[in-house]
Design a protein around this ligand. Structure first.
Ligand SMILES: [Zn+2]
Length: 359
């Protein structure tokens, strides 16, 4: 992977990571393309990040190693949404996951992924409508329950980071990630090699792009937002369910049963495309990743979506934008969250790691 950093800078970074126990640096090996030999760098499992994914279906906790690696996952399915219960359950699952790692690995940080608006510098969930949470100090509660520094991430941001760094977007610096899950639609935008956050951490909230003029009233106060038509629950209701089906695989299967020419699928694909056209016009991405329940469109109406994107006056959209499914599977949000956690550690690894080691 190219870092864009000079050799001395890379050497300095590697020695910092190695002294923090996050990587081992092996003997230099000659690369296939000639040139100077490069050291072999391997992540260690000495220090880990724990990630917590909260959604309306329950709580999931993962132990993650540097480099987008998931080492273990445990989940509790429940419709209970009380923050206190969620935090207690996350701490219990983490304790259980750590048993086989006792004496081998140490968790240094917790990152919770939430389907809603967060203020990451305050560790605050400002609003997670599907969880019915308003101003929940989740990071503080998690830190108290686990004894570990904790932080928060918006689900769309975690997904975008994961697919960009470790998934289908590794070769690009401009990626749009759109995810339809139990907690609505989450999105993230990687532009010129950076995650867009905006002034209020609201950048990339594509859930609230208007895709119909007289659509349902959204919790944000507007009508016809993308999330009112294309959340997992909205998709389920649109294709004949009772609006409670959450499984992306099951929704994709039922969308396939209807087929691309069914009027409902045509309407839904048109609404998705209307949102995507706006996004392409504003951000000019290389790749659009449709994740969660939205992968159903790629199997059924992928050609229709890609074809409709071509009906713009932007030549590049016609020729170059790839609309694809994620390659990281169901753990993509944990992978992105672990990247956020390791980035926080790497900003200043020594104090945190020294404290964790009791030295
Ligand atoms: Zn809205």
């Amino acid at each position: 992977m190219r870092s864009g950093l000079s050799r001395p800078t890379v050497g300095l970074v590697l020695s910092t990571l190695a002294s923090a126990g996050l990587v081992t640096v092996g003997k230099a090996r000659q690369g296939s393309g000639g040139g100077r030999p490069s050291p072999v760098v391997e992540p260690t499992d000495q220090h880990l990040v724990a990630t917590v994914y909260v959604d309306v279906t329950g709580v999931e906790v993962a132990l993650c190693g540097l480099g987008g690696r998931i080492l273990a996952v445990a989940a509790t399915n429940s419709s209970v949404r009380d923050p206190e219960w969620v935090v207690g359950e996350a701490a219990r699952l983490l304790d259980r996951l750590l048993v086989p790692f006792n004496g081998i690995s140490r968790v240094l940080r917790v990152v919770a992924v939430v389907p809603g608006r967060v203020k990451s510098d305050e560790g605050l969930v400002v609003n997670a409508p599907h969880l019915q949470w308003q101003r929940v100090a989740l990071a503080t509660a998690l830190a108290e329950a686990t004894g570990l520094p904790s932080e928060l991430a918006h689900d769309g941001h975690a997904g975008a980071l994961a697919e960009w760094r470790w998934g289908t977007g590794r070769e690009t610096n401009d990626l749009i990630y759109l995810y339809a899950g139990p907690g609505g639609v989450g999105a993230g935008i990687i532009s010129a090699g950076s995650l867009l956050r905006g002034s209020h951490e609201l950048a990339g909230r594509l859930a609230h792009v208007a895709v119909s003029d007289d659509g349902p009233l959204c919790y944000c106060g507007a009508h016809g937002c993308l999330t009112t038509h294309l959340s997992a629950a909205a998709l389920d209701a649109a294709i004949g369910g009772n609006g409670v089906e959450r499984s992306a695989a099951s929704l994709a299967e039922r969308m396939a049963d209807l087929g691309a020419d069914h009027p409902v699928m045509q309407r839904l694909a048109a609404q998705l495309t209307r949102g995507l056209r706006t996004v392409v016009a504003v951000f000019d991405p290389d790749v659009i990743v449709l994740a969660g329940a939205l992968t159903g469109f790629l199997n059924v109406a992928g050609t229709r979506v890609a074809g409709a994107l071509a009906h713009t006056n932007l030549d590049v959209a016609r020729d170059a934008v790839r609309v694809v499914e994620p390659t990281l599977g169901s753990q993509q949000l944990h992978i992105g969250a672990s990247d956020i956690g390791f980035a926080s550690l790497l900003e200043d690894p020594s104090p945190t790691i020294a404290t964790a080691d009791g030295s």
